[in-house]
Design a protein around this ligand. Structure first.
Ligand SMILES: [Fe+2]
Ligand SMILES: [Fe+2]
Length: 407
């Protein structure tokens, strides 16, 4: 048997494995013969490829025969990105292998730019000053935007109607437009156009729509950070991609509430936006320090701030009274074993590692900032599952990239 892309499926092929949707619901059973109707179902649910009996092994199994120069560039990129991770662990090893494949298939030359230099004429802030500023961050954090407050209320109320969600979302035309663009994208794979929020709720569920709306609204709050400080579009790409991968991982790992894992992924590095918005000079110092000391940005944050973006993200979500599970996933995404819910935090950490490996977007971090193998193992997900999982994510991530470029 071998994986075959849905667009290359021929009628009469026989499924070698059950096909599940993104929420682990059975779409087609093993042994099912493929006809026009089945191909339509697979496309509608956004399934990218399926296991088919008797198909020839896919050539992509092996590393593509790459141009030696490209291979040298990618090897150097991967060596740098995974420098602090134990890549002997089977899951990390598989992510490295798949990241090399991905980068060779989507080759981008290494950036020519040198690491950023310290801003001239500025003395580095002293640790005590920084600590005092972080202490005062609770005062600086913005009050909860009314839309976030209302969406949060809706998420907490299991009886919320499609009409009520539509009413809240439609208060912001740009939010409604972004949401409909995502719902109509290949990410969900519906064939007919969805033209209203209440229709979207009927099709993908109230929790999914409100969580998606929540993630978009929170990110929008931090628009306007100058590009010299942080490339916010690239930051959004990194975080959205992490949400996509987290959601697929959750479905494969049979973790309930995968829509919450999606939002957790979308918001996992939100603390770094807090830092950029309120303390841009300190953020720049952490970037310079990480480059100079050849360590992760996470370690530089800890050294210069006495805390990391994970705590700043937690403070924001706590002030805005967002679900505790979401706050925890964000706080523990770099140390999942310490979380009251290690499995979900491990999903976010693995999703982050995969997105770093693929090199999709950037959170300002240049390396994978660690891998907690103990927490990952609690998920009981075989490393062999990562290949099809990353393939599925790749397709959806490309969809998001297009959406972000369209603004
Ligand atoms: Fe992070
Ligand atoms: Fe990240």
């Amino acid at each position: 048997m071998a994986l075959v892309k849905v667009e290359k499926l021929t009628e009469g092929a026989v499924l070698a494995e059950d096909v599940l949707d993104g929420k682990a619901r059975l779409l087609l059973s093993k042994g099912q013969s493929i006809g026009e109707k089945q191909i339509r179902v697979l496309k509608m649910w956004g399934v990218f490829e399926v296991d088919v009996e008797g198909a020839e092994a896919v050539v992509e199994e092996a590393l593509p025969s790459a141009d030696p120069e490209q291979m040298a560039v990618v090897s150097a990129q991967i060596k740098k990105a995974f420098g602090t991770v134990d890549i002997q662990h089977p899951a990390a090893k598989e992510v490295v292998r798949l990241s090399i494949q991905y980068r060779l298939n989507h080759f981008r030359p290494a950036p020519v730019a040198a690491p950023p230099l310290p801003p001239p004429d500025r003395q580095p802030a002293r640790a005590t000053e920084v600590a005092a500023k972080i202490e005062r961050i609770d005062v600086k954090l913005p009050e909860v935007p009314s839309l976030v407050f209302e969406l949060n209320e809706i998420i907490a109320d299991p009886m919320s109607s499609a009409g009520a969600i539509g009413q809240v979302v439609n208060k912001s035309p740009s939010l409604a437009a972004t949401l409909l663009r995502i719902v109509n994208s290949a990410f969900y794979g519906f064939r007919s156009k969805i033209d209203s929020i209440s229709r979207a709720v009927t099709l993908i569920g109230s929790k999914e729509v409100s969580n998606l709306a929540l993630g978009i609204t929170i990110m929008e709050t931090f628009r306007g950070i100058p590009k010299e400080i942080l490339d916010v579009a690239s930051f959004l790409e990194h975080n959205l991609a992490c949400g996509v991968v987290a959601r697929i991982l959750a479905a494969h790992g049979n973790i309930a509430h995968s829509e919450q894992l999606f939002v957790s992924g979308m918001l996992h590095d939100i603390g770094r936006l807090v830092l950029c918005k309120y303390f841009p000079e300190i953020f720049q110092q952490t970037v310079v320090d990480a480059a100079r000391e050849e360590r992760s940005l996470l370690k530089s944050e800890q050294a210069l701030l006495g805390c990391t973006h994970a705590l700043l993200g937690k403070k924001l979500l706590n002030k805005w009274k967002l679900p505790y599970a979401l706050e925890n996933n964000v706080f523990y995404h770099h140390q999942p074993s310490a979380s009251p819910s290690p499995e979900t935090a491990a999903v976010i950490q693995m999703a982050d590692m995969i997105v770093h490996g693929m090199g999709v977007g950037t959170s300002g971090e240049q390396v994978v900032p660690g891998f907690d193998s103990k927490a990952w193992e609690r998920l009981n997900l075989p490393s062999s599952a990562l290949r099809s999982l990353i393939k599925q994510a790749e397709h959806q991530i490309e969809t998001f990239g297009d959406l972000l470029r369209k603004g």
